[in-house]
Every structure is written in structure tokens, then in C-alpha cells.
Ligand binder design. Sequence first.
Ligand code: PRX
Length: 628
Amino acid sequence: MNAVQAFHRRSIHDRDQFWREESAQVHWETPFSQILDESKLPFAKWFVGGKTNLCFNAVDRWLDSRADQPALIWVSTEVNQEQTYTYRQLYQEVNAVAAMLRAQGVGQGDRVLIYMPMIPAAVFAMLACVRIGAIHSVVFGGFASVNLAQRIDDAAPKVIVCADAGSRGGKVTPYKNLLDKAISLSEHPPEKVIVVDRGLFAFEPVVGRDLDYATLRTQFNDAIVPVTWLESSAPSYVLYTSGTTGKPKGVQRDTGGYAVALASSMQRIFNGKPGDTFLCTSDIGWVVGHSYIVYGPLIGGQTTILYEGTPVRPDGGILWSLVERFKVNTMFSAPTAIRVLKKQDETLLKKYDLSSLRALYMAGEPLDEPTAKWIAEGLGKPIIDNYWQTETGWPILAGQPGIANVPTKFGSPSFPVYGFDVRVIDEQTGQDLGPNQKGVLAIVPPLPPGAMTTIWGDDARFVDTYFSTIPGRQVYSTFDWGLFDEDRYFFILGRTDDVINVAGHRLGTREIEESINCHAAVAESAVVGIADQLKGQVAVGFAVLKDPGLLDVAGATQRLESEIMKLVDEQLGAIARPARVRFVTTLPKTRSGKVLRRAIVAVCEGRDPGDLTTIEDPTALEQIKDSL
Ligand code: PRX
């Protein structure tokens, strides 16, 4: 057993003492009386009775020792602006926004939805919410109005904070207009909308509802808003994620457990210390952005870089130039970004002084060996694959150099992270599997501190979705296939459900199908994820038309394909747009009417579709093949 495995073992077998020690890394205003309440598993309450606050741990706590250290460095290659905020300045900004929210009547437990691009005000808004005990729900800026409306309806926010627009690769997206449309579709319109006007896209403020951020900011210039101390289990945020159904799940996170998990992971997984600089290229709309752009680095007393831009503008060296300029110690990105860079001039990897950089962490999708090798050799730095989910909030599997340097294996996110009792389980029998046997990757409850505590407003769905799929055992299913080898290195082998991963973005095929089905000409559809060299997967849609006669009309299917793409764009956002939409007269289904997705994927990827004894109409699969 290596040191990482021994550390893990202790976290499971000497759990309470282990987490008591880890919990010392955060400030507790009131000490907890119990490490874990597991009387109602799979619901777990960590650090019962303890009071703390995420904003205090991320900001206030550093005012004594690091007031003048940069806390947040914003770099935008979209609008060519930069801005640095020291911990003292961050404190002031966050307090001003907290005061703004309070002035709108936002208090503990109220929801605030944040629909913003990668700008500092988005970070201030998140921290301001948790400061006053309000629950934020950040919605990824790449999502469009229908996605947004669903989330507004579920979270019922009192206030929404947005910006006029964002920009990606030079293309401006009018956030405020998309939000207005979403609010018009929603049953729970917010009382107020606070708009950061960047001057990127003109908009009409709604009188009586919309407020200008800059005006409020001046009004609350020197405001100080005392921290609201929260019981450890009080929700900090809700972050929506896709699953098998069309309705996204609001992943709810606690306060104390999350603070401890992040503080601990900053040291043990990311091997960092206060004063370091952290660059994470994710987006605040995703879990990686929540944990490792905003909360983790700040709770760890580090400098975090908020980057608005793509990895290839002005050229493919931009990320490395940031590492050089800001002496980045730890970098976190996604395999997609690296695959994009692979297509760029390779000498850009050698052009900058990367001596400050200790390691590059990658997560969000499988890290293929060619990409891992290319970047490891190009940078001459350790590449640390880590595997986790929106639900868990921090890595489930990872190399953990803060504990010990153990060699990595290509294609493997190494070992279970302490606190996660990870198993590979046979989906039929529910039994634990041994080395080199493929099964469902599952976690024996309790989930560790920092993991989701429930689905917002739906405890039953939490239990049904995650803890009821393995026969005879109440264990958390990750919905990923996995195995471990004879040295106990783990490997991830793809999703067991209909979730797909496009360029590191997690999407539900059901949501895309529902959008396609909104087209007047479509009777039904099936969306699958097909392997793609650059994006990992792309969505491909197959639609059955209400009027099959259209298939014979010249140009009709091309027109319909582009109409459907536009529709998905408008409803869900460009990331959900299928790469192709093809038309068939029937979908391959079982006799009980279930679409045979795995067979469709196999045919699309040129593989053998496997066992087809249950298929109702074998010609349906032929049609899929022909349509491509
Ligand atoms: O299928 C796994 C894949 O991404 C899913 C979770 O996506 P999301 O909720 O967006 O959270 C991302 C947090 C990093 C997982 O169920 N996934 C994530 N990391 C990896 C991965 N697949 C393979 N290797 C990884 N390192």
C-alpha cells in the first residue's frame, strides 16, 4: 500500500478523527459538537452544530496576513482588460454587493441566480451571497433561455444578477436579452434584476425591476455587511446539472463540509499553500469553476486568475503567457482545451518561462493517452488527471501529490481520494468486483464532506436517482463505468446513462431531444453522443418527421436540419446544438419501446451494435447507418 492509499484507508477506518484533524483548516465561529450525523443515510450531516461562513474563510480570514496580496486577477482577452483585486479590495467589493443584495431584501435562505460571464462582479456576487447566507445558483452563460427558465422556476430566486453581455472568441452573447426571454417563459419571475452594464450590448432596462450594478456599487461604496454565521449543513449553493430526464437536478451543497473539503484538497490534492497562484480555465457556471476558480483558491489564501477568453486567442500561447506573467504554480484545465492547443504551433509550449508551474491538473472528461503524453512532454510537468462530478464538488479519484508523489499511469486518474469509499460494482448482482473487472463506479455512503447533500427541493429524487440503482445496496452510483487494475489504479470507461460530454460540458441527451421535438415538423427524436477527436463527444440527433413525405422533397431535410439546430441554439444554447441532425422514418427501439441508444452509438462509430434480439424493427438501424 502506498502513502496515498494509506491516507485514504485512515479516512475510512478512522473517519471521525481524520475529519476532526482536516476540519482545523477552516475557521469555526462556533465549534461543532459532532463530526457526522449519519442517522438518516444516505443523508449525511457533517460537523453538526458548528458555525462557519464560506465568505469569511475565503476573504475575511486573510485580511490580517494577506490584505495586500492579489486575491483575484481578472484577465480578459475578449475585451482586452485586466484588473487585480487584493484581498482587501475583494473584501470591499464583496461587502458592497452584499449590501446591494440586502437592500433588495435578500436574506438567509433566499436564492440569488447568477447568469454572468467571466467577470469579477460574478465572483463578488457569489461571495456576497454566501456572506449573507443567501443561496446562489450560477447558470452557465452558454445556456440559453429555456435552460435558464427551467432553473429560474426550480430555484425561484428573489434576485437575479446578470450582465448585458459576454463574449467568447470575439462573438458577443446578449445575456440580458436572453434573461428577459427566460423570465418571460418562467413562472417565478424575480423581484429584481441587477445588471452589470459592460457596454457590450444595448438593452432596455425593465422599469421597476432592473437595477444598475454600477449605480448601486457607488451607493454602497464603503458598506460593511457582517458575516452571517451558518450552521454547517446550511445550504451554500445550488448548481444544476444534467441527468437522464429532461429536468436538470439542483445539486445542493452545504457550508461547513464544503469549506473543509476545499481547504483540505488545496493542500493534499493540489499541493498548494497560501500565497500561491492558481489558474483554472473552467467557467464559474460549472462545478470546477465554483470549487477551483472561486472557493478553493481563496479559502487556501491563494491568488486566483479569472480568465475570460479562449485558449487560442490572440494565439495558442495565451495560457502559457499567463503562467509566465503571473508565476502560476498550479494550473487546472480540461482535456478538450489541450486537444485544441495540439492543433496550434507546438513551439508555443516552449516560448514562455513556466518554471513556476508545478503541475497541470485535468478533469471533466477522459484524458486520452496521446493528449496526456503530448502535453506532459511539451511542458515537462506532471499531468494530474482527476475524476469527479458536479455532485461530489471535489475529486473522487486523483493523484494526490500533497500527500505523496506516487507515479501516475496514462489513462488513469490514479486512486480514490480520502473520504470517498469507492467501489466497482456488478450492476446485475450488486457485488463488489475485483481487479480488472468492469462495473459501475459507486461510493458507499456517507458521501464525504463537500459532496451534495440533496437535490434542491426534492429529497426523494436524491435517494431515487443516486442511491437506488444497485440491486440490494444503498450505494451512490456515479453513473460511470470503471475498473481498477492489479495496482489499484482506477480507470473510467464512460457513462452508464444518457449523459454526454461535449468538450468537457456535461449535457443530457433528453434535454436536447425535448428541444428538437419542439420543432413543428418533428414527431420524435433520439440524441446520442458520438466519439469526436477534438471534443471527446458530439451530439448527433435522429428525427422522425410527422410527414415522412418530406424526406422526398428536394432540399427539405437540409432546411429542417438547420432549423432544428437554430431551435436548439435558441432554447438551450450553442453547446447543446447537435453536430448533425439526420432523418429516419422510425427509431431503433426495443419491443417495449425503449430507444436502443447504445446500438445507435455503435453504428455511428462504426462498431458492432451487439445483441439486437430485443429490437422491434431491424431495418431501423439500417436507416440510421444510411442516413449518415
Ligand atoms: O463521466 C464523468 C466525466 O464527467 C462527469 C461529470 O461531469 P460534471 O458533473 O460536469 O463534473 C465535472 C467535474 C470535473 C463524470 O461523471 N469525467 C469527469 N472527470 C473525468 C471524467 N471522465 C474521465 N476522466 C476524468 N478525469
